[in-house]
Design a protein around this ligand. Structure first.
Ligand code: GLV
Ligand code: MN
Ligand code: MN
Length: 382
């Protein structure tokens, strides 16, 4: 993260921006307007990624923001632009996503700061170890003059490729819940313990995992994923005393997502009870479905038309920092086609022509907003 901060900061400083790293580790680069009291548009995405990731999820949106400033060629707009490179969007280290963007909406609370990673290091300790100062947390929050947030991101799915379109306007981002479940049984010898006298936490977790898949397939629009399984002590010849699994549940409708979290955790309890195990279910995060800003969405549509493309409207199954920013700032997203529909994998890619179109579209959008009284004189935030 330090290396990418250094690299991108250098590009941004050359373009006339003032760069800082805020107290939650977000890169913040302010490209001022001609007027001191001008409104401000945030443009960004995240700089972190998942293990064994592709090269575009997140960072492409930050690089596109840099490219837009470059496209301005030193010209000032009637509003300031702040480029944001968010930290910890994916939630890999602490199991909680959107940590950086929560800093901008004032939601880095004590509970979040006490969240610990696999090695027992708290978020508070990690922030200090990175050389950041939590007493400056308030300075990370968006100011009253921030009237919009814009995020470019690869679609991470097959929709645009199937339609033969390069760009889309995002209308809403689906809600998600993330949980940790720990199945506990009894460790014992793999060679001497008869099958009917075991309390095998792995077998219990495995039975439950197949139920998760079955349930998600049966409910239209539901996606549920067990992405991490860890056994303790984790040896070939030991029946595992403990199996820790993660659960990720998403649906466009919050009521369905919440009902399914309930169903799946009840099902884990039932499997554990039947097998003489215990299970502990704890919620890491629950995030509602969020609508994007209609005004900015319409402006993006117009910009996509200006470059000769058909604007498609779609919702996002992946989570994005825009869903957190939307709590305080009218927020919008532009998707770029994902060839092969692949993401969170090294095969993730994007077409150079689509990136060019995104830059062209973004520059039109910046111009449109420069002459849109609805944007320049916006007096209230989301
Ligand atoms: C972010 O990639 C997410 O998990 O939706
Ligand atoms: Mn991702
Ligand atoms: Mn992403």
């Amino acid at each position: 993260m330090r290396d990418i901060h250094r690299e991108i900061s250098e590009w941004l400083r050359h373009l006339g921006a003032t760069v800082r790293i805020d107290a939650v580790g977000n890169l913040r680069a302010l490209y001022p307007s001609g007027h001191a009291s001008a409104p401000c548009l945030l443009i960004g995405s995240h700089l972190d990624t998942v293990p064994n990731a592709g090269a575009f999820d997140g960072v492409l949106g930050v690089v596109l923001a840099v490219a837009l400033l470059q496209g301005l060629d030193g010209r000032r707009l009637p509003y300031a632009v702040e480029v944001v490179g968010f930290s910890e969007e994916e939630g890999v280290r602490f199991g909680v996503p959107f940590i950086g963007s929560r800093g901008l909406v004032g939601r880095v609370d004590v509970q979040l700061l006490e969240t610990r990673d696999e090695r027992g290091v708290s978020l508070r300790e990690a922030i200090a170890a990175f050389g950041l100062n939590l007493s400056e947390l308030a300075d990370a929050e968006v100011r009253d003059n921030v009237f919009g947030y814009l995020e470019f991101h690869i679609e991470q799915g097959p929709v645009l490729e199937n339609l033969g379109l390069p760009l889309a306007v995002v209308e809403a981002i689906s809600g998600q819940s993330r949980l940790d479940l720990t199945f506990a049984g009894r460790a014992n010898h793999a060679g001497t313990t008869p099958m009917d006298l075991r309390f095998d936490s792995v077998a219990g977790a495995a039975e439950w995992i197949t139920t998760v898949e079955r349930e998600a397939r049966a409910v239209p629009g539901l996606v549920a994923t067990v992405g991490s399984v860890e056994t303790r002590p984790g040896a070939t010849n030991v029946i595992a005393a403990e199996t820790r699994v993660t659960l990720d549940v998403r649906h466009r409708e919050d009521a369905v997502r919440m009902r399914e979290v309930e169903t799946l955790t009840n099902c884990a309890r039932e499997v554990a009870r039947r097998r003489g195990l215990s299970v502990n279910c704890s919620s890491r995060m629950a995030q509602k479905t969020v609508a994007m800003d209609p005004f900015l969405g319409a402006q993006i549509e117009e910009a996509i038309r200006k470059i000769g493309c058909k604007p498609h409207r779609m919702s996002s199954g992946a989570g994005h920092d825009a869903m957190i920013l939307a709590e305080k700032v009218p927020s919008a997203m532009i998707f770029l086609r994902s060839p092969g529909g692949i993401s969170h994998d090294p095969a993730e890619t994007v077409a150079v022509e689509d990136v060019e179109k995104a830059i062209e579209c973004g520059l039109h959008l910046l111009e449109q907003l420069a002459s849109a009284p609805e944007f320049l004189t916006r007096t209230c935030r989301a």
